[in-house]
Design a binder for this molecule. Structure first.
Ligand code: SF4
Length: 407
């Protein structure tokens, strides 16, 4: 009898522990191949000719096999669980849509074979509009992909050209049409603050993209990252950065247009029709664990451990072609202060914000930030509503500056 109670308790514990991690764990696969580099991009990627894509996919599959239990082992959960469950899968890059049909089939087949992808999981792949064909859509659907993220960025040719995108506005329109026909859950990316972009041309791109009624729209401000060709061009005086007032006006326009079309701004840069918030990205912002596979991919154990794979495809292929099973990542253990910063940065990105109870549950008290928190609340930069602290809607564009005031 006692033995049965113990087994029953153990079963409940394991299922609880398992569901606790499984409800949120995400798998990210990085395909670091691009046809050419966009001028603003600082993600790790290399040219198509610089890497053997067949070998890369074989090595990604090998890395998945070697690290398949990592998230579970890190959290001392179910040490011998043979096929960990994932709630979301995200294949990003780079440009995963440059992979051939065979490479895509192999990659997705292996993901489903090595891991246990939860029924109803969100499975996303990023595509470049130039690569979208009816055949590609059919293959992706057949392989279990149910969400597409397409980098549309603008529907004005000269703006696309100015930042070195390889597609043009017509290709983007054709891609949005095809994707909307084949997939119920599409996300289209837009960028504001592009060189030469005016308020009218931004409005034109936003209105036209919204007419396709994608379930999700991501909308980023153009960033001038260190070491990119775009930053160099600006520093040489060959292009002009969009001014802050115009950028704010553009940001305000997408917020209004999104609200008018029944989209919820659930994160600073992301808008979704109700129920179509990106589950994968939301779990990053909620501090959920994820396993990142591929050159340059990052992982997080949901606690203190972050791991970053070396961003070098050639070394990656050499490493995973060898039978020697050594890590290919660098590990960082987050300090208490870093955990708090991370918590505030991610939670306040979300429109929902965070509750005092949740902060206390994570850090044992809230006195450490109370004086700064109260000041920002009294200044109206933060608001407290329904038990949640969040950035005041009218100050959302300066979120980063407000959040660092809390550190
Ligand atoms: S396609 Fe994407 S990942 Fe590749 S260079 Fe352009 S922005 Fe970067």
């Amino acid at each position: 009898m006692l033995h049965n109670i113990f087994i029953c308790f153990l079963y409940i514990f394991i299922n609880f522990a398992e569901s606790n991690i499984n409800a949120m764990a995400g798998l990210y696969v990085h395909i670091p191949i691009c046809r050419h580099k966009c001028l603003y991009c600082d993600f790790y990627s290399c040219g198509e000719k610089a890497v053997d894509a067949d070998a890369l996919i074989a090595c990604i599959c090998e890395e998945m096999r070697r690290r398949r239990k990592e998230l579970y082992d890190d959290r001392n959960l179910f040490q011998d669980f043979s096929r960990p469950l994932f709630d979301t899968v995200y294949i990003g890059g780079g440009t995963p849509s440059l992979l051939t049909e065979n490479q895509l089939r192999k990659l997705l087949r292996e993901i489903y074979a090595i891991f246990n992808i939860k029924e109803g999981a969100e499975v996303t792949i990023e595509v470049n509009p130039d690569d979208v064909t009816a055949d590609l859509c059919a293959v992706l659907k057949e392989c279990g992909v149910n969400r597409i993220s397409a980098g549309i960025q603008s529907l004005v040719d000269k703006e696309l050209l100015a930042v070195g995108r390889r597609h043009n506005a017509d290709t983007a329109r054709r891609a949005m049409g095809l994707l909307s026909e084949h997939f119920d859950n599409c996300s289209f990316d837009l960028i504001f603050g592009l060189p030469g972009q005016t308020f009218q041309s931004w409005k034109y791109s936003v209105d036209e993209v919204m007419a396709y009624r994608p379930k999700h729209i991501s909308c980023y401000s153009l960033m001038y990252e260190e070491g990119t060709a775009l930053t160099l061009l600006r520093d040489q005086g060959r292009i002009k950065e969009s001014n802050e007032i115009l950028s704010e006006k553009m940001f305000g326009y997408i917020q209004r247009a999104a609200a008018d079309h029944n989209y919820i701004q659930y994160e600073i840069s992301n808008y979704a029709q109700p129920g179509f918030e990106s589950r994968h990205n939301s779990s990053y912002w909620c501090g959920a664990p994820y396993l990142g596979i591929g050159p340059g991919a990052h992982s997080y154990d949901g606690d203190r451990k972050r791991r970053a794979n070396t961003p070098d495809s050639r070394k990656y292929i050499k490493h995973f072609s060898s039978v020697e099973d050594k890590p290919f990542y660098e590990e960082e253990i987050l300090s208490d202060a870093e955990l708090k910063e991370e918590y505030l940065l991610t939670r306040l990105r979300m429109r929902k914000g965070f509750s005092r109870e949740d902060y206390v549950a994570h850090f044992g008290g809230i006195d450490d930030i109370a004086p700064r928190l109260n000041r920002l609340l009294s200044e109206g930069l933060l608001i407290e509503e329904g038990g949640y602290i969040k950035i005041a809607p009218e100050h959302i564009m300066m979120s980063d500056a407000i959040i660092v005031e809390l550190f």
